[in-house]
Write a protein that binds this ligand. Structure first.
Ligand SMILES: [Zn+2]
Length: 242
């Protein structure tokens, strides 16, 4: 993982085909503004604030909201390898405020992530996982057939996993275990009564593991690798081939 996801060298940017915008000063990447290479950051920030301030009053708030989401999106994908980052820039979903029961949800029909309030980065990454899955014809349904092997293993490690979850109260990890263990494990954070079939398991497992991979968090990745070795390997392969 990079020490700071927002700092890239000039050479790294050029390798990605991103031009350094001379008129803005050294160190500003023109194509995707989030790649702040240092000195130019404040200048670009001011430029964006100024242009937003010039907008008619009624759309100013929307523009500000949009910029915030832009920033969050860039952060959400910043820790992944460049090839996947490029893919996620080119194939991004629509992200907009709207009506939703959950903090956010993904609507596959309009390829849109709908959120209530500014979503947490972890939620944005999860919903983005559903989007990537959808635009690849729900590849999770085919490629995660080996999930069943992981599920059988989970039951053998039930006590161990329950212990792990006791110390690790993370909702998304909990969900992952819950979905794949027929609710035997990890049910502390869920109160739904959804029918858990293979389709739900595959799609949600894809989104959850996608989110964990995007987080770049070594500890979380280690847990997934240990208890979902087949699913993890399959998802890594899917992402590498995008
Ligand atoms: Zn989901």
């Amino acid at each position: 993982m990079l020490p700071d996801p927002f700092i890239f060298s000039k050479a790294q940017l050029e390798k990605r085909g991103i031009k350094i915008e001379k008129s803005l000063g050294e160190g500003i990447a023109s194509k995707d503004w989030a790649y702040d290479v240092g000195a130019g950051a404040k200048k670009l920030e001011k430029l964006r604030a100024d242009s937003t301030a010039k907008l008619p009053k009624n759309i100013r708030a929307i523009a500000k909201e949009g910029l915030k989401i832009e920033e969050l999106y860039s952060k959400a994908i910043a820790s992944t390898p460049l090839k996947l980052q490029n893919y996620l820039f080119k194939n991004r979903p629509i992200i907009k405020k709207g009506k939703t029961d959950a903090p956010a949800h993904y609507d596959p029909n309009i390829k849109t992530i709908v959120y209530k309030e500014q979503p947490q980065i972890i939620i944005l990454r999860h919903e983005l996982g559903h989007h990537v899955d959808k635009i690849n014809n729900y590849t999770s349904l085919k490629k995660l057939s080996t999930l069943k092997i992981d599920q059988l293993q989970l039951l053998k490690h039930q006590v161990e996993i329950e212990d792990l979850l006791k110390n690790n109260k993370e909702v998304y990890l909990n969900d992952l275990f819950y979905l794949n263990s027929n609710r035997a494990i990890g049910d502390k954070t869920r109160k739904d009564s959804k029918v858990i079939n293979f389709e739900l398991q595959a799609k949600e497992t894809f989104a959850n593991i996608f989110e964990i991979i995007l987080s770049g968090n070594k500890q979380r990745i280690k847990i997934v690798e240990q208890y979902f070795p087949n699913a993890y390997r399959a998802i890594k392969k899917i992402l590498e081939r995008l």
